[in-house]
Each structure stands twice: as structure tokens, then as C-alpha cells.
Design a protein around this ligand. Structure first.
Ligand SMILES: Cc1cc2nc3c(=O)[nH]c(=O)nc-3n(C[C@H](O)[C@H](O)[C@H](O)COP(=O)(O)OP(=O)(O)OC[C@H]3O[C@@H](n4cnc5c(N)ncnc54)[C@H](O)[C@@H]3O)c2cc1C
Length: 409
């Protein structure tokens, strides 16, 4: 009998997690084929995760948090949450979006780590094709991928080829006030099992600890802060004379059609958000689970696309929600950040309704029956308390610094 074929194009974080998911959940009547061009590098940033990522690795690659050699292979450290500093007078450990233990991992080690294990654990189904994808055409009963002039046919394909060249069919997101990031790596640092989220006068800075290095990313908005100002502030915070200075300029966007024909977009091909609370990999995992439901359970693409857009918009609300309460800094950036995120949330009826629902359920002692909205009701309760919003007792929306409620902001 002919084996069914699923192609996954790209071996960045998105491609590898898609391969791992489908090797785990599709049977030996499938070939799961990894296609990539070794001459095209991965983006190589995005190394903080949430609990679902560990669950995925455990099943697909037999990764175990307790195995030091597994952590070493991935250059990984444990993560229990995100440490918020300077957003309020007190610092706090923000819970993970899901699960209770995650990892920081070296994205440059991810492919070799996973390939070895996928070959070992799923030898009947895991296959590799190296080459450049020249075209990808979806037909009613197959997908044809041109790899260096050779036509490969698949039943389904997951496109993880990184940033889209053209964003005209994507939705531009206005959930975040930052648009630029400067990177610095440090070899000597004190390890804590958390991702730093340090507010600065110009935005915030992440710190992702690996065994071999800690990577800092200084996020700001270049309409309010020059690269020189950001660099100076980053040097001052880190106590260094120079920073590596690699830069990422970004738009935030998402596709309204994750699944089109027989092709599913994943990773930066599907969406890009700034890295607050490591939301991206969390959303990629959700996307591949939905694609599985389409392939195996015949859930219509239109329904899944609508649900994915809803999940993405919930994540946009999460991002805006953190910014709207400001930080300890009075600055042009924070003035802009709080205003634009409050204004955005004003128009999010789903978000307002959530607080009405949560407040009601909380008053009944039944909060855990509430809906998941990007994350679970308990996580919302903890985060809301940490941010000092008190939203559960002000159903019109969170109470903010100098402002009664979002509704009157
Ligand atoms: C500053 C910054 C910090 C971030 N931090 C986090 C974080 O902490 N946590 C998080 O979850 N996310 C984070 N992100 C998001 C991060 O961008 C993604 O998690 C990650 O880069 C996803 O990459 P990808 O797999 O989609 O694409 P890429 O890494 O770009 O991989 C693309 C792949 O496609 C292949 N390819 C491309 N074209 C072809 C072709 N024609 N033929 C064959 N192969 C091809 C390439 O060889 C490559 O393997 C961050 C992003 C930025 C900018």
C-alpha cells in the first residue's frame, strides 16, 4: 500500500517542532519528510519556551528534563517563568503560559539534536531531503514541491521557510509598542532558571540563559529612541563597554489563513510577535495540533483558521495587557506604550467580556471553570495580581496607574 507523505519544509525551530509533533502522532503508514536547504541559515533567535515545548520533546525525542546529557546536547537550562523587573516597584516571577517547567535552548543545536533522535525513534517514517525549494503548489489531491528541479509529491505540507517575502496577504498587528531589538551575548553570568524581562526607559530587555552563554535582547521603538541611545542604555544595564550589536527590525503580523489547500504555514511563515513571555513557539505548537485535526479528523480548514486567528488575537491581548499598566519609568516610550495598548484593548470586546466572566466565576468560587484565553484562568489570576491590576474585582477592565478602569482610560 502506498504510504502517505507529509513534507515539512525548513529546519528552524518551527520545522523541527512540526517534525517532532507529526513523527509522534502519525503512524508508520506515513512518511514524514524533512526538506531544507542547508545553505540557507535558520534565523537563530527565539530560545525561551513554555511547558508545551518540553511535552512535545518528551514524546517525540525522549528528551527528559532530569537528564543532564539531554540538557547539554541542547545547551539548555531550565525555565520556571519570566522574571519581570522594573515594570513595578517589586519584581516577580511570571508563570509559564502552560505547564510548570520549560527550557531555554540553543536553536543552533536543535536540528542535530532532533534529527538523531527522530531517526532513532521513528525509523519507519522519518525521512530527509536536502535541497532548495523552488516552488510549492497545492492541488485538490496533492502538493507538488519542486526541490532543485525535482518534483516531489506530498499529501500535505507544512511550510516553515521563515519570514514571508511579501506581507500583503498578512494582517499587521498593533499589539506592541516595540519594533527593534539589539542583541548581546555574555559568557559569564549568574544562572537563574528564568527568562529576564527587564523594563527600561525605552522598552524592555530579555535575558535568555543557556549553558554556554546568556543572550540579551534590548527591545525598543526606533520612532522614540535612537539605536545609539538604546545601545548606551543596554551597555549601562549590563555593565559592559561594547555590545555585539546584531539587530532585528520587525513588524508584527499573522496570517488569516494558516491552512490553505493542502499547505499549513508555521513559524515565522505564519506569524511574528515580539518575544514577551515566549509566545511564538507556544502558538506554533497550537498551529501544528490544529493541522493534525484537519488531516486526521477532517476538521474544516475554515473553522481551524478562524480558531487560530482567535488564539492569535488572544495573544495580542496578552501582550497589550502587560504594557498598558506602564513601568516604573516616566518616558516618551512608556507614555506612547500605555496609551496605544489601552486604546487597542478598548476595542477588544472579547477581552472585556473575559473579565466579566472571570469576575462572575470568581465570585462563585468557580474560576477554574472559566474559559482559557491564551492561558488558563489560574494563570490570569496570578499575573493580574502580580501586575497589580485587580481586574477580578473590576469587571469593566483592569485598574491602572492613574486611571480608574480601562473603560474610562
Ligand atoms: C529578537 C527575537 C527574539 C525572539 N525570542 C523568542 C523566544 O524567546 N521564544 C519564542 O518562542 N520565539 C522567539 N522569537 C521568535 C523567533 O523568530 C522564532 O521562534 C524562530 O525564529 C522561528 O523560526 P522559523 O523556524 O519560523 O524560521 P527560520 O529559523 O528562519 O528557518 C527557516 C528554515 O527554512 C529553510 N528554508 C528557507 N527557504 C528555503 C527554501 N527555498 N528551500 C529549502 N529550505 C528553505 C531554511 O533553511 C531554514 O531551515 C524571537 C524573535 C526575535 C526577532
Amino acid at each position: 500500500m502506498r504510504k502517505k507523505r507529509l513534507g515539512v519544509i525548513g529546519v528552524g525551530s518551527a520545522g523541527i517542532l512540526a517534525l517532532t509533533h507529526f513523527c509522534t502522532w502519525l503512524g508508520n503508514d506515513w512518511d514524514i519528510v524533512s526538506i531544507h536547504n542547508p545553505k540557507k541559515p535558520i534565523l537563530g533567535i527565539g530560545e525561551s519556551t513554555n511547558g508545551g515545548f518540553v511535552g512535545l520533546l518528551e514524546k517525540g525525542t525522549h528528551f527528559a528534563l532530569g537528564h543532564k546529557e539531554d540538557l547539554k546536547e541542547l545547551d539548555a537550562t531550565l525555565k520556571f517563568g519570566s522574571r519581570f523587573k522594573n515594570w513595578r516597584e517589586q519584581s516577580w516571577l511570571n508563570p509559564l503560559l502552560d505547564g510548570n517547567t520549560a527550557i531555554h535552548f540553543n536553536s543552533f543545536n536543535f536540528k542535530d539534536f532532533a534529527y538523531k533522535r527522530l531517526h532513532k525513534h521513528w525509523p519507519e517514517k522519518f525521512k530527509v531531503i536536502e535541497g532548495d525549494v523552488k516552488s510549492l503548489d497545492s492541488y485538490p489531491h496533492k502538493v507538488v514541491v519542486d526541490v532543485d528541479g525535482r518534483k516531489e509529491e506530498f499529501d500535505w505540507v507544512i511550510d516553515c521557510m521563515g519570514y514571508p517575502k511579501d506581507l500583503s496577504s498578512y494582517v499587521q498587528s498593533n499589539c506592541t509598542p516595540v519594533n527593534r531589538c539589539i542583541i548581546h551575548n555574555m559568557k559569564d553570568y549568574d544562572l537563574e532558571y528564568e527568562t529576564d524581562h527587564i523594563a527600561t526607559p525605552h522598552g524592555w530587555m530579555f535575558g535568555v540563559p543557556l549553558i554556554s552563554r546568556k543572550t540579551y535582547g534590548y527591545l525598543f521603538n526606533d520612532n522614540y529612541t535612537t539605536v545609539e541611545e538604546a545601545t548606551e542604555n543596554m551597555k549601562e544595564i549590563l555593565g559592559v563597554d561594547e555590545v555585539d550589536g546584531k539587530e532585528y527590525l520587525f513588524n508584527c503580523y499573522y496570517t488569516p489563513k494558516m491552512i490553505e489547500g493542502r499547505v499549513c504555514k508555521c513559524g515565522n511563515k505564519a506569524l511574528f510577535f515580539e518575544p514577551l513571555v515566549a509566545n511564538s513557539i507556544f502558538l506554533y505548537i497550537l498551529g501544528v495540533r490544529m493541522f493534525f485535526d484537519h488531516i486526521m479528523e477532517n476538521v474544516p480548514a475554515a473553522d481551524l483558521n478562524a480558531r487560530y486567528v482567535q488564539a492569535i488575537q488572544e495573544m495580542e491581548d496578552v501582550i497589550s495587557y502587560y504594557y498598558q499598566g506602564g513601568s516604573i519609568y516616566e518616558s516618551k516610550f512608556w507614555d506612547y506604550a500605555t496609551k496605544m495598548t489601552r486604546e487597542r484593548l478598548q476595542h477588544r470586546m472579547h477581552f472585556k467580556n473575559l473579565w466579566n466572566q472571570y469576575s462572575h466565576l470568581k465570585s462563585q468560587g468557580a474560576l477554574h471553570y472559566g474559559p482559557t484565553y491564551a492561558f488558563a484562568p489560574l494563570t490570569w489570576e496570578i499575573v493580574d495580581d502580580q501586575l497589580g491590576y485587580d481586574s477580578f474585582r473590576s469587571p469593566g477592565g483592569p485598574k491602572l496607574k492613574n486611571v480608574e478602569t480601562v473603560a474610562s482610560a
